[in-house]
Ligand binder design. Structure first.
Ligand SMILES: Nc1nc2c(ncn2[C@@H]2O[C@H](COP(=O)(O)OP(=O)(O)OP(=O)(O)O)[C@@H](O)[C@H]2O)c(=O)[nH]1
Ligand SMILES: [Mg+2]
Length: 343
């Protein structure tokens, strides 16, 4: 099961209590105070983990608690610090406060850490309270409570390229051919039910790109038709969009209309998606009607950057792959020069 949104309850450990104790030894009748301090409670920490791309662990284990700090002991022994609860979240996880919807943080890098709830401070033992006028203090502090809260975790996958198209356009077929992911392909709509992340390897250039195959989009997706807009958040962070149309117009569809609907749905979801650079793959060029349709398409959209391909005969895939790398590298360079906050 693919989970890209879930809620959790986090609670850091409370601080340990300070201790009231006195030194008692033979021939030492007034040994003085020796109560140790309580220790800090364990934090609740989010840690970026490159090996996971799913929030499923948190669906089944929504409660996370840091360990309580150890209480202080006699003989000046301090308590042991509470163990933190570490939540290994996929890169691209965004955290919001559940009650207010307020943004808390986002985890974008492997091993990046964020303290979600801080453990409570431990209390001082009675040694801290001794003074010239109070040489046998009988007071010690309790530990402070750890922070707690309810949070919503949302995953916005991090990919270089987002693949967008109508159902059956051939998104998963292309993903199978050029990446290491193996999504199921079949001649019925909505074969792909959740995003699939694949890596495109460029052995000669020692480069790799990440591509996200998201479930098919249909006209009216913004009104919750089909799988709706639910999965579009996974292409929000992509540097480049690869739109794909069935240029054969299977099932009496018009590729020109498909393209227009795709752009419209992207705009309805988030107008900024239209500002992202995009390429268009015209798939199913092996089919008889494809050539004529492509000519009509080019006439209507003279500015679109079109790559005619066929996932069946594998024609046109090499130039497309090459262009994807060239584009993403260029975008990465531009990003380095003027880094913009990813959202
Ligand atoms: N003739 C022809 N058929 C193709 C080509 N590419 C894909 N198909 C077929 O089109 C159908 C749909 O392909 P998928 O890759 O599952 O399409 P999709 O875009 O992932 O569809 P959803 O997951 O439902 O959104 C399958 O039956 C494929 O065999 C192509 O280049 N030529
Ligand atoms: Mg698919």
């Amino acid at each position: 099961m693919f989970i890209d949104e879930t809620t959790i309850k986090a609670r850091a450990g409370d601080g340990g209590k300070g201790c009231v104790s006195f030194r008692r030894e033979k021939y030492e009748p007034w040994g003085g105070p020796n109560g140790g301090d309580g220790a800090k409670g364990g934090d609740v920490i989010l840690r970026g983990d490159d090996d996971t791309n799913n929030l499923i662990d948190f669906k089944y284990k929504p409660h996370w608690t840091g360990e309580r700090g150890g209480h202080g002991l006699g003989k000046d022994c301090n308590g042991h610090e509470g163990k933190p609860a570490i939540l290994r979240v996929p890169l691209g996880t965004v955290v919001y406060r559940l009650e207010t919807g307020e943004f808390v943080t986002e985890i974008l890098e492997d091993h990046q850490e964020f303290v979600l709830c801080k453990g409570g401070k431990g209390g001082f033992g009675n040694t801290h309270f001794k003074s010239s006028i109070n040489r046998a203090p009988r007071e010690a502090q309790p530990g402070l409570p750890g922070e707690a809260g309810n949070y919503r975790l949302e995953l916005k996958s991090i990919a270089d390229i987002g693949l967008v198209g109508f159902p059956n356009a051939g998104k998963s077929s292309l993903t199978n051919l050029i990446t290491n992911a193996r999504p199921k392909t079949a001649a019925y709509p909505f074969t792909t039910l959740h995003p699939q992340i694949g890596i495109i390897e460029y052995a000669k250039e020692y480069e790799r790109l990440i591509m996200a195959d998201v479930p098919g989009l249909i006209a009216g997706a913004s009104e919750n038709k089909g799988l709706g807009h639910r999965f579009l958040r996974h292409i929000e962070r992509c540097a480049l969009l690869l739109l794909i149309v069935d240029i054969n117009g299977t099932d009496a569809r018009d590729p020109r209309e498909d393209y227009q609907h795709l752009l419209r749905e992207l705009e309805l979801y988030n107008p900024e998606l239209l500002d992202k650079p995009r390429l268009l793959a015209a798939n199913k060029m092996d089919e008889p009607a494809a050539k004529a349709n492509l000519a009509k398409f080019k006439k209507r959209y003279p500015k679109a950057e079109i790559f005619p391909i066929s996932c069946l005969t594998e024609v046109g895939l090499a130039p497309l792959k090459k262009e994807l790398l060239k584009r993403v590298k260029r975008l990465r360079r531009a990003e380095k020069k003027s880094p913009a906050r990813k959202s």
